[in-house]
Structures are given as C-alpha cells and as structure tokens.
Design a protein around this ligand. Structure first.
Ligand SMILES: [Zn+2]
Length: 446
C-alpha cells in the first residue's frame, strides 16, 4: 500500500499522463473528465471497493497551486484546453502544415486564425481548437510591426505589465487593424491617436516602434522565447474558467503555504501539516460535521469533545507530552482556536527547526491517537518523543547546508576576450513596473 504522499506522486506521474494524447486532439466530454477526476480522487483519498473513505475536499481544491493551499494536481479540463491551445499555436506558426492548410481552407480562408469563427456544424477537431484558442486570446500579446494584423480594440497589444488592451473603446469600426493609426512613412498619426485613445494609453502607444517591413506577431509572454507552453497555458485556462477571487491578504496566504511546503520534513509530515491547516483530519467533531454518527467525547481524557485542536493540542493527556518539549514555555499561554490559528501562532513564536519539531510531534500525537483507535498499545509522552526524534532526527543535524559557504568562494565571472575577428556583446535591461519605457545598455568589445 502507498502512503498518501506516495499516491500523490503516482497520480501525477501516471494517471494524468494517460489521456494526454486524446486530449491534444479533442475536447473530452465533461462526463469523462468528471469520471477521471473521481477515479483519481478515490485513489488519493484511499477509497477501495469495500472501504469508502471520506473526501475532505473537492478534487478542484486539490488542483489549486501549492501556494494557494492545493496540491497541484492537473485539472484535466484546463489541461485539455491548454493542449488544444497548442494546436492553435501551431496553426499560427506552421501555416504550411497539412492540418493548417485543411483547416484554413474550411474555416478561415479570408481571415487570420485568431479571427476565425466556429460554426455550429464544425468538426470536433475545429471546435476543440477554437475552445483552446480562448487561452491564446487571454494570454498572448501582439508584438507590433506594421500594424496590419493586430486589431485596435479587440486585441492585446499595449506593452504594459497588466492591462494590455486599450483603456477606452475608440470610436472606430469594429475589427479595425492598427495600421489605421499609422502613416505611410511608418509613424504614429499623433492627432488620431490623441483623438481616440485614453490619455494614459498615449505614451505607451507612442513608445511602440513601427516597422513597415515586419508583420505583427503573436507572442507568448510567459516564456523566454515567446513561444506557447502548455504549462503556462494551463495556468491561464484555470484563471479564465475559475475567476479566482483575489483577497487582499493573498500574499500572506502564499507565503504561508510556501513556508509549509519548504519545511525540511518527510513528505508525509508535510502533507499532514497541510491537512491540519485545512482541518481535513477525522477528529470526532469533524466526522460528526460530515454526518457521521459518533460519540464526540475524547477517548484519551473522556471529558471534552474531540475537535482537531483538542486532539493535537488542548487535551490534558496531550498537554503532558507538549510540556516535555524544551521550548513549550514559549507557547504555554496559547488560547485554543482552530488548529490553523495555533499553527500560525506557533510559527510566530518558534524558530524554523522548533516549528518543524512541532509538526513532527503533532504527527506523532496523531499516530498515537490512531493506535488507540486501532486498539494498539499507546505510547506515553517520553516514549513518544523518544520515538519521533530517533526515527526522524532534526534536519539541522542530518544534513549540513554548505550553500552559503560555497557562494562566498565563488569568483565573480571574468570577462573573456573573444577570439580575433569576433565581437563580444554584453547587455542588460531594466524596467520600472507600471511606467512606460525601459533602460537598456550594451557594450561591444573586440
Ligand atoms: Zn482529551
């Protein structure tokens, strides 16, 4: 049997790779995707035919990025869409391929791929590609050459870090191409630009150099070479389909999860810490909350209801274990809140390795509780700490981290003279977020 952490790896490696060929050709039916997700979810939560397990959250939540509290499983719907977007990208960049010529002939003989329509009777292949194209429409940017391809209002072409379409809709015909604003000598028609565009857009527009001999090209801003990649396309697809809510403390949330996943602990303990934060463990009140008929009182002390906080932190029997830990006096005054609150407070009061110890101890306490449930002999506090620190010694002692030392000894890279007849060019560029313009520097040396 695999642990939950092992099953995570297996799902990522195998289960998700199986349908990728079909998914790069067709849009899979929603029902099929739902079934595949439910198979993966059952496997991950440990369901078997005879032994149904509780699923503590939806599969979709598990598909969130790790920094948002998920586990980064692929959501097959958006993965499917991102793969089909790649087909669309190929139509743009390999217009001579057989598929591109056939599709162009059938569906967009007189317009570009990005403008092509999708009639109701179109083939599955074309419908799928049009669906994938939504990702390109959302994520891709135009690099302007002569302005004959990019549309003024409909397309994304303002080279701003965010908000790449115009702020104000100009009073011109729909689908007008950008060259409407460009002179025959390759300059912006400033009067027209000023008349139609929002004043904040004007400096951005004026900063775009026109080149009458170069076609406009579609680029993918999330890769260094500007070519579409499925991974970033997938992320855009998630954003389109889920409309994620951006709360003001998003940054804190990201920081928290990043910290949790970067701990020097075995995967199963990190996963345990993640489940503790979400309150996704079968403490008795959690089970009752999910409709199970259980006696709520704690089996260890017999006094109070077994919430997750009680089982891991508040129970008098558990307290005796915590009191044996050298740094416990820093935390003795904690009030009982949710386990997530306690984790956050622990993190505030403890250093990194103490916090990791705290997760280890919680994990051991939970294991010990499960031993009781399974009628196995339980450990007392001293035995438990002895076991956990022998079996999982502190990461600080286990491996030395020589990286900072290495950095000091690293020599700065030396400039090397190029061979005779060659020129070496060093360059750098910088930009200020949100403002127009960039600074660049070059040195040519022989
Ligand atoms: Zn108790």
């Amino acid at each position: 049997m695999f642990s939950q952490a092992g099953r995570e790896i297996l799902i990522k490696a195998v289960v998700q790779a199986i349908p990728s060929y079909a998914m790069s050709c067709f849009r899979l039916p929603k029902k099929l995707i739902k079934n595949l997700h439910s198979l993966a979810a059952n496997f991950w939560w440990g369901d078997t035919k005879d032994n149904k397990k509780l699923h503590w959250c939806t599969w979709d939540k598990l598909c969130k990025p790790k920094e948002e509290g998920g586990l980064e499983f692929w959501s097959l719907n958006e993965f499917n869409q991102a793969l089909l977007a790649k087909q669309g990208w190929r139509l743009i960049y390999n217009p001579q391929s057989l598929l591109a010529r056939v599709l162009k002939n059938s569906y967009y003989p007189n317009v570009s791929f990005m403008e092509a329509g999708c009639p109701p009777g179109a083939s599955c292949v074309w419908k799928g590609i049009c669906w994938g194209r939504k990702i390109l429409q959302e994520g891709a940017r135009w690099r302007i050459g002569n302005g004959r391809e990019a549309r003024v209002w409909e397309d994304k072409w303002i080279p701003r870090p965010s908000g790449t379409i115009l702020l104000k809709k100009p009073e011109i015909e729909p689908q007008t191409k950008l060259h409407y604003f460009i002179n025959t000598d390759g300059q912006w028609q400033i009067d027209k630009v000023k008349k139609h565009f929002h004043e904040e857009d004007i400096p951005w527009v004026q900063g775009i150099p026109i080149d009458l001999y170069v076609e406009d090209t579609l680029t993918w801003p999330y890769t260094p070479n500007g070519q579409y990649m499925v991974k970033s396309g997938y992320r855009i697809g998630r954003e389109i389909n889920l409309h994620p809510t951006r709360s003001s403390n998003m940054e804190d949330i990201h920081k928290w999860w990043k910290m949790l996943w970067s701990m020097s602990l075995p995967p199963r303990m990190k996963l345990f810490g993640w489940r503790v934060c979400h309150n996704w463990l079968p403490a008795k009140t959690n089970l009752a909350h999910r409709g199970m008929d259980v006696n709520l009182s704690c089996d260890l002390c017999g006094h109070q209801a077994e919430t997750l906080t009680h089982a891991l932190w508040g129970c008098a029997k558990v307290k005796t274990i915590w009191k044996l830990v050298p740094w416990y006096n820093k935390c003795a005054h904690f009030k009982n809140g949710s386990m997530f609150d306690i984790m956050v407070t622990l993190k505030e009061h403890l250093d990194k390795s103490e916090f990791e110890e705290a997760i280890k101890i919680m994990w051991a306490i939970w294991e010990n509780r499960n031993r009781y449930w399974n009628k196995l002999p339980v450990m007392n506090g001293i035995q438990l700490l002895d076991w956990i620190f022998t079996a999982y010694p502190n990461s600080r002692k286990r491996k030395e981290q020589p990286t900072t030392l290495d950095m000091k000894h690293q020599q700065p890279k030396k400039w090397i003279r190029p061979p005779t007849g060659h020129i070496s060019i060093n360059c750098d560029a910088a930009m200020n977020t949100g403002t127009a313009g960039v600074g660049t520097g070059f040195i040519w040396r022989d």
